[in-house]
Design a protein around this ligand. Sequence first.
Ligand SMILES: Nc1ncnc2c1ncn2[C@@H]1O[C@H](COP(=O)(O)OP(=O)(O)OP(=O)(O)O)[C@@H](O)[C@H]1O
Length: 288
Amino acid sequence: MGTDEAMNVTQLTKRFGTFTALDDVSFSLRPGCTSLLGENGAGKTTLLNMIARVTTPTSGQIVGHDAIRIGYLPQRPALYPSLTPVETIRYAAELTGVTNVDPVHLLKRVGLEPVDRPAAHLSGGMRQRLGIAQALVHDPELLLLDEPVSALDPRGRREVLDLLSDLKRERMILYSTHVLPDAEEASDWVLLLRQGRLLMEGTVTDLLGSKSSIQVRLFNDVVTEDEWRTLPGVSHVTRSGTTWELETDAKDVTERALLQLLLERGLRLQSLHVGHPSLESLFLEVNA
Ligand SMILES: Nc1ncnc2c1ncn2[C@@H]1O[C@H](COP(=O)(O)OP(=O)(O)OP(=O)(O)O)[C@@H](O)[C@H]1O
């Protein structure tokens, strides 16, 4: 293991009967924050469960995870609905045999006031932060989080992603998500899983390459798919409802040509949004 690698996963495979949920996955976990990106059923939970030692691999190994303390926030964290945040932390500390935890301090660390309200009455974002605090009780060196933001509203999502960006300065984090922008937010490194296989790994910039997606909506939907396709830089055109999505590797050139086209045709723009390509088109790219 190199000095920068805290844990090595080697040829990890997990089968459930004849079904292979994780297939020959190898990577090294680095310091900082890594996101595990993949669609539903890609094998994210299966991988996290094995790193957290909840389940054992069918074959392959994980080297280094015995030497580090690991905290795990599962997809559906077990919070006792009737316990207040302080009681929740005290209970988690008792279960893990930790005696020196200051619940109020820990709750403040994750941005929660020690409110006198049972977990059942907290907002989704607050409950998730309480779950994170619970996973931090024994001061783990590696924090594993399974889809920590997917069930949250935009505000809760923002709060938790900001918290991860903050926490990654003091410990390693590995979190799973099926949404590309969530992977981009807090992570320094991304592992891309599909159907149990590790498709690629790298920084978000590596994964995206120079691809952008331009979403365009007109008041009159009169431009044809072929016309969008002939704009310079455009490699892929899809349509959802009245919105066209143009994938391009030269967004400025495409945008200019697009505006020129509208001007020439006297068409009015309803909305234009430049963002990342979808996860699906990333997969197409990798498989090409
Ligand atoms: N105990 C099990 N028995 C049989 N199949 C399982 C079991 N656990 C997971 N699987 C299957 O393994 C595959 C990967 O599941 P996993 O939960 O790891 O995916 P995931 O990427 O976490 O997806 P999600 O976002 O839906 O949680 C799925 O097809 C799932 O149905």
